[in-house]
Design a binder for this molecule. Structure first.
Ligand code: PMP
Length: 340
């Protein structure tokens, strides 16, 4: 029998899919790691599983305990799945401005939500600080205690990619991978895969694809954390060097405008049947930039982080796109709402 012992065993080992148009346009082989096929439908299942396993190994979490995290989405969904299987409860502190779709998905995954006002990281009422405080309070009051997952500064996040995603990419390409590129939220994916690939293949080129509004591109190219502009993409962009990014530096960095990312998302949907979220668009646009940087004949890998369904009211909503000054593809603009 070929069975999985539980849903957590279905996390990872995602396929690497050739992206036809990007490959043909650049003369490279551009491959997307299909992380939207994880059980929680995003790359963050890997970090969630690793963070909980690490906490268990260190005795930081007890059976029936509560996992607390400040997150706008994918990590919370991953944590809720892991918690259900491992026998914990999940409390997610979320900025109230997040989409109804995300809040609903978290509730359906079994998480309890605590909504807080959306204020910057520097404000003590920011959702990340609120989550840390709530974890401290629940640790003292809940019978089985509580644990703060802390995805930004908990390096068990990065370790998931050092131990799994990076080696998977090396093996799936038979070691032929010449370049890897992706965006950063916590930085766990990029720094972790970079560490694994650099160990296995000295000379591999690691690139950051950074959205507008993130400070990392400026940091890695000029040494100063400086953010300009904004992006409609979610889950990526960072204003500080998290613990998951400590000790990491990309070989190359690209700043990708939303126009470029959104065009990739729509093209991949229409031409290649890949239904993706905005961060995947930043990543594929970054892979094309890296292909041009390295020249034809190279093998380049990026991450397809999550799927379109989580962004129906934004990235796939013509009036939202118009409001943001972004182009609406014909098939979306022509949607008649069911009447012809
Ligand atoms: N894309 C999406 C949709 C995400 O939710 C995240 C995580 N915030 C990322 C990309 C970035 O991953 P990481 O946190 O590992 O940098």
């Amino acid at each position: 029998m070929q069975t999985k012992s539980n849903v957590l065993a279905a996390i990872g080992n995602t396929p690497l899919i050739r992206l036809a148009r990007a490959s043909e346009e650049t003369g490279c082989t551009i491959l997307g790691k299909a992380e939207f096929l994880n059980p929680g439908l995003s790359v963050k299942d890997r970090a969630a599983l690793s963070i909980v396993q690490d906490a268990e190994a260190k005795g930081l979490i007890r059976p029936g305990g509560t996992i607390v995290e400040g997150t706008a989405g994918n990590t919370g969904i991953g944590l809720a799945l892991v918690a259900a299987v491992r026998g914990y409860r999940t409390v997610i502190v979320i900025p109230e401005t997040q989409s109804a779709e995300k809040k609903e998905t978290l509730r359906l995954a079994g998480a309890r939500l605590v909504e807080v006002p959306a204020v910057p990281f520097a404000n003590p009422n920011n959702y990340v600080h609120a989550a840390r405080r709530l974890a401290e309070k629940l640790a003292a009051t809940e019978p089985a205690g509580a644990f703060f997952a802390d995805q930004f500064d908990n390096v068990a996040n990065r370790r998931a990619h050092v131990e799994h995603t990076g080696p998977e990419i090396f093996e799936q390409t038979d070691g032929a991978v010449d370049g890897f590129v992706c965006a950063c939220g916590t930085g766990g994916t990029l720094a972790g895969i970079a560490e694994a690939l650099r160990a296995k293949k000295p000379g591999v080129t690691i690139a950051l694809s950074d959205p507008d509004g993130s400070a990392l591109h400026a940091y890695y190219t000029t040494g100063t954390l400086k953010a300009e502009g904004s992006s409609i993409t979610e889950g990526i962009g960072q204003g500080r060097v998290t613990k998951n990014l400590e000790g990491f530096k990309p070989d190359v960095s690209f700043r990708i405008p939303d126009t470029e990312a959104v065009a990739q998302v729509f093209q991949l949907m229409q031409e290649e049947g890949l239904s993706l979220g905005g961060s995947s668009g930043i990543n594929v646009a970054g892979a094309i930039r890296l292909a041009r940087h390295l020249g034809p004949g190279h093998t380049i890998v990026t991450i397809l982080c999550d799927g379109a369904a989580r962004y129906a009211s934004k990235l796939f909503n013509p009036s939202f796109l118009r409001e943001k000054g972004l182009p609406t593809p014909d098939w979306l603009a022509a949607d008649t709402g069911g009447t012809l």
